[in-house]
Design a binder for this molecule. Structure first.
Ligand code: ZN
Ligand code: ZN
Length: 411
């Protein structure tokens, strides 16, 4: 068995080679690098320099310092966001740099903090990040979201373990779910990608006009815009860099028509938004807009999220993931979107990916909206998959075909 430090090294290699696909001479930005896992960040940086990185720029994050800020900083400070960071990101995007964003903060970090503070801070961050995101949402740059455990996150996933053991267990899970315990992880990723590409081609050839979802608490019809494109695993920048924006990833996804969604959908897993949890919730849509909300946990937070801007009340993503995915099979609830969304079919409230429409990258915002694409400052995935979910695809001539049965691919 490989040593832990070897595993960290192969994880760094996977993220840099298959994930962001760092090119020799590129600069690399690493956002939200956790202070707690400085050792991994050092390995990641070293690997990047060995691959020919010109400069590795780190933006560090620390859960305890974040919490302290929310407890002690003055009320009127939460609308501020460090623009030197966002300016640097935008400058880097213009220059064609590579970007890794690390996820793994304690999902309940901000429990008990006055919600006004959190809402303001989230709004400020979304606003400040908007310009940079317009690059990543178009795949104008090679980017990646990947996870590194913090003790707060690990203890949420494994509440019965002491912090140190929980972090070890979570690393082990991440290695497993990223296929790093196989002999040749890079080869394993290539096979996995080929399987997803097959599904994607099938769905693209079908060009379903509509998807119909049914499950307990769910009876939802989602129209798909004309000339939508399904995507999975591989993305490509205009300069031809092929990258995988999320590791791990199991999903095949496209965009819905943001004005033609109707019916009710029930979430099947909790949704964590900026350190707060929303659970057991249901949304009802009319003409693409959320018109009714109910949640057993975090209803206020859900309402605030949906009120962020007009696009936050509409859908921007439909994603298909079989219930037998490795993440789902792990039986764990990660309280982290990167993992939980890859365990389950999901939808997202908020902005749509431009590249999910043919020629979408070149459309003006108005033209994108006209063709059914949603725009918003936010993008929140929520899970709706289970072994009771059936999905039918309606073709152009109105006939209905099975896409999912009992949570699994039906073709
Ligand atoms: Zn997704
Ligand atoms: Zn998403």
């Amino acid at each position: 068995m490989k040593q832990f430090s070897d595993k960290l090294r192969s994880y760094a290699e996977l993220l840099l080679r298959k994930g962001v696909n760092l090119q020799p001479g590129q600069r690399l930005f690493v956002r939200k690098a956790p202070v707690e896992q400085a050792e991994f960040v050092r390995i990641l940086s070293e690997t990047a320099y060995r691959m020919g990185a010109r400069h590795v720029k780190l933006f560090w994050a620390d859960d305890r310092i974040t919490r302290t800020r929310f407890e002690l900083a003055p009320e009127d400070s939460f609308s501020e966001y460090p623009t030197h960071q966002t300016d640097a990101l935008v400058e880097g995007a213009r220059r064609g740099d590579a970007f890794i964003s690390i996820t793994g903060a304690d999902p309940s970090l901000l429990d008990g903090i006055e919600s006004r503070r959190v809402t303001e801070a989230v709004r400020a961050e979304n606003h400040a990040m908007n310009e940079f995101r317009s690059y990543s949402m178009r795949n104008a740059v090679n980017w990646l979201v990947a996870a590194v455990p913090t003790s707060g996150w690990a203890r949420t996933v494994f509440p019965r373990l002491a912090a140190k053991n929980a972090v070890e267990r979570l690393w082990k899970q991440i290695f497993h779910l990223c296929r790093l315990d196989l002999d040749d992880p890079i080869e394993a990723w290539e096979q996995h990608a080929a399987g997803i590409a097959r599904r994607t081609r099938h769905l693209n050839a079908k060009q379903y006009r509509e998807l119909h979802y049914s499950a307990p608490g769910t009876d939802l019809t989602v129209s798909l815009p004309e000339r939508h494109e399904w995507h999975g695993v591989g993305s490509r920048t205009p300069s031809g860099i092929v990258f995988i924006p999320n590791i791990p990833t199991e999903e095949v996804f496209t965009l819905p028509h943001c004005r033609h969604v109707s019916g009710t959908v029930a979430a099947t897993r909790p949704l964590a938004i900026s350190g707060r949890t929303i659970d057991e919730f249901q949304l009802r849509f009319e003409h693409g807009r959320v018109v009714e909300i109910s949640a057993r946990v975090g209803e206020d937070c859900l309402r605030e999220t949906i009120d962020t801007d007009p696009g936050a009340a509409r859908l921007g993503e439909v994603a298909l993931v079989p219930d037998s995915s490795p993440i789902s099979r792990s039986g764990l609830l990660f309280h982290n979107t990167l993992f939980d969304e890859n365990a389950s079919c999901h939808l997202a409230l908020g902005r749509a990916y431009r590249f999910c429409l043919q020629d979408g990258e070149h459309l003006s915002s108005d033209a994108f909206f006209e063709r059914g694409g949603n725009s918003s400052m936010v993008h929140y995935d929520f899970m709706i998959g289970s072994n009771q979910l059936d999905i039918d695809g309606v073709t152009a001539d109105g006939s209905s075909e099975s896409v999912f049965r009992s949570g699994e691919w039906a073709f």
